[in-house]
Design a protein around this ligand. Sequence first.
Ligand code: ACO
Length: 321
Amino acid sequence: MTTIRIVGTGSCLPKQVVTNDDLAKIMDTSDEWISSRTGIRERHLVINETTAEMSAEAAEQALLEAGMKAEELDLIILGTVSGDHVTPSTACEVQSKIGAVNAVAFDINAACSGFMFAMNTAYAYIQSGIYQNALIIGAETLSKIMDWTDRSTCVLFGDGAGAAVVKADETGLIRFVQNSDGAKGMVLACQNRLNNNPLVENSKDLHYVDMDGQEVYKFAVSTVPASINQVLEEAGLAVSDIKYFLLHQANMRIIQSVAKRLKADPDKFPTTLEHYANTSAASVPILLDEVNKKGMLQKGDKLVLAGFGGGLTWSAAVLEW
Ligand code: ACO
């Protein structure tokens, strides 16, 4: 049966690195507090870069590895909660920047699961025969929706983009699961503009990411191992069959807890969060690109990818490289 295979990856981080010590100079925090609770030591933050520019750079790298021209793309799906415009979508901006004139492009809002949902959606289109290939992207400029006076959230996040090109093939994505629970959505939220018209008076306050960290932690350490176990069972595979588990990079403690609950070797969980912090939808494709570029993947390796976050949303997928 037709599935999708990843044939190219790419990533882009903004140039400016901001360490925990840099943050400690502008707010009441410390490298010790941040790194001991999260594993994060530094993050990249935009100055002039945009979500669309970083996405386009990651996309060009993925196309190069895939040996494809942008004109050959059928579909561009981009997961983000921090696009540059409400409209046009960031995916349409990327289409224009890379010259993917024959593609249809749209964004998906599934927060930190955005790349996973983009991949699963591409699968549905390609498996059904509607399209033959897709560019899937996760990209965020989260720093612009952070409250930089709220030390409990702003230290956790960073900016960046990751991309992959997928094509119809006989092997590749083996199985995925995806879920959402809107009833718990407000534990990790960011208000958009408030109602604003001649009938409504409201303040012009800007709104920022607001998170109940402990609730998010509880959600992550229960749903992520459960969804990975489910996808492995449905695929007829065991934890021991998996070469790497590429998890959304939110917090080192979450990753360690998932490894423990799965009874998996922690060395099978490569990380980037020490250097990039939590880049939401971008974290899984950035990690995948790093693992790929380091030559850590051989044809036939089995990988688990898993994302979880705002919505609430979560997804796990098992694939053959
Ligand atoms: N620096 C110093 N002190 C801080 C900071 C900071 N940056 N932030 C909070 N504190 C203080 C608090 O004010 C509090 O002080 P108090 O006891 O005097 O009131 C104390 O540290 C403890 O605060 P808690 O919020 O209870 O800290 P906790 O141990 O729960 O750790 C954390 C917070 C790291 C966010 C944790 O809840 C966690 O890992 N949650 C998971 C959430 C997560 O990773 N979210 C990422 C985004 S969501 C996603 O990607 C899915």
